[in-house]
Design a protein around this ligand. Sequence first.
Ligand SMILES: Cc1cc2nc3c(=O)[nH]c(=O)nc-3n(C[C@H](O)[C@H](O)[C@H](O)COP(=O)(O)O)c2cc1C
Ligand code: SF4
Length: 652
Amino acid sequence: MSRLFPTLFSPFEIRGRRFRNRLFLPAHGTGYAEGGRVGERGLAYYRARVESGIALLMTEAQQVVPREGQKYPQLSAADDGCIPALRELARLCAEHDCRFFGQLYHEGRAQAHSLDGSRDVALAPSALPDERFHTMPRALTVAMIEDLVGRFAAGARRMREAGCDGVEILVGMGYLHAQFLSPRTNVRSDAWGGSPEGRLRFLRETLAAVREATGDDFIVGIRIAGEEFDPDGLDLEVTLDTCRRLDRGGLVDYVNVCAGGTHGLVGASNIVPPMFVDTGLVLPWAEAVRRAVSVPVFAAGRINQPHEAERALAGDQADMIGMVRALIADPEFARKAEQDRPDDIRACIACNQACIGHRRQGFGVSCIQYPETGRELEYAHLRSAEPRKRVAVVGGGPGGMKVAAVAAERGHEVTLYERAARLGGQALLAQALPGRAEFGGLVTNLENEVRRHGVAVRRNTEATAAMLLADAPDAVVVATGALPYRPPGDFAEAHVVTAWEVIESRANVGGSVLIADWRCDWIGLGLAEKLATEGCAVRLCVNGEMAGETIPAYVRYQWAGRLHRLGVQVMPYLRLFGADRDTVYLQHTMSGDPVLCEDVDTLVLACGHQAQLELHEALEGKVPELHAIGDCLSPRTAEEAVLEGLKVAALI
Ligand SMILES: Cc1cc2nc3c(=O)[nH]c(=O)nc-3n(C[C@H](O)[C@H](O)[C@H](O)COP(=O)(O)O)c2cc1C
Ligand code: SF4
């Protein structure tokens, strides 16, 4: 029994089914579905989380309409073929006293995926344009609506047959049921629109049909957003009205409150809120829903610590707390919290890079801090070190810390050398950008792991080749990172500073600034925000299609709003050539035309980095085992450095 989190670890019941505690893993597309079914990798991913002691596992959103030939890796509940694989998941859950629900949905006009590269016919209550996916949907006929109701019921029946304890209808986040509820997206004048009750009819009939298909002892709930952040989306008023009506009709056993919606970019970016958004985003809406209904209320959205969950539960804001990214970042979250070890939890930093960022690129979820996620089959259970080696790791950035921590955990004797006074490398710079302080959590988490696993850390120590050769370790891992790259060009008369100098407040910057952003990532965006906030007139010249082209979309969307508010002028498709006293010379990357930016006091170079591989070269052939990881191989991001650290640590 947890002393620190007594409410979080108190049991709970719905329709006679027991939940061991109040922590659940909400629905999320893992990207590990194979042919619409839970595959081996997906099962291993879920196993790691279920074994840790969560009370409820929800499947990802499953389609109820067949999508033959769909390449996008997503579960489907549209035919009985889904049952065997789900049964295996149900068995896993039952073994660990974890309840198991299936989530069902129809995306409606929010058509994000194609079957074969061409566009399918999007469907919606009314033929109105969708701002995010640029679909002009076909309005559903009554026969089509009734058919869909039947498909949801059939999907729910399959969940029951697979051994689920319940089913959740994903209203939204702006999906089809939410599109029916919103007066902006449902302008029908028939019995499926026209009034709040008419707009509710599709959901009401779906839930009634689901109940009929699953029986009285099955749990039926909905997931609905407290706020969709979009003119077309639901707001708290509509959500509360909907929940009250469903509750009065006895149609739901619980309401799961989430955030965001799919109609536009603001709503979308709040579905998986990045670190710009305060923690606990969803809780005020969950509390409002809880006051409005008699059934239990679940809440998930930007909650990443057990203290926060405990506070919300003890404060009657919700009955269950869901965490997706927190459990992607640390599958052992539940066990650590239950054992009163919150400091051992690897807190999610809401960077969105390897979880939702990977999904949007078509890959399975992982975590920049914990690349074992999604790679459980390869890395969840590493063998103990045999023989035990003396390992020297040079460079205390994220990659160096990861390799040191995992190698030490396996039993090696590891020494980590860092030239600076602090561990963290470039992550220390990233956290200094506006709104990015949470990025420092990456350093805190990895430092904890380094300490926990007994790595000997030598700060303020430059490990030279001579020193390492004298010490004669069995293996050396070079993680020496990179330094700012200075592009060729004529800058002799200009006032030029590097991104790092600005971030570290070592540069004397004039009032009119031009940032040459080659990386198209958070550095250019963060510098622009920092300098504009400090009162500079900022032009952000990007050598790409848009600022933030290489970072996760939801982070980019929010940054676009922040820079617009600050009056930053963003100029895409520009290649840097040179600069003189007050003019920067660029070239349009498509037309080839010169572009002159005048009245510039300071040119800030955000032009990427240059690998520092000298130590590796000096040691080649002179030590028994030599590895290089991260930016010193090729400058990329913390994600690759940490992943390469894991791979090398597993190999040594
Ligand atoms: C990779 C990924 C996929 C998601 N897919 C779904 C989904 O299938 N159904 C759903 O209701 N929510 C989905 N979500 C939203 C999450 O359930 C959750 O509301 C969101 O991540 C915010 O919670 P968190 O701050 O605990 O991560 C997804 C989130 C992520 C990160
Ligand atoms: S990649 Fe970032 S946002 Fe995603 S789980 Fe890991 S720390 Fe959290």
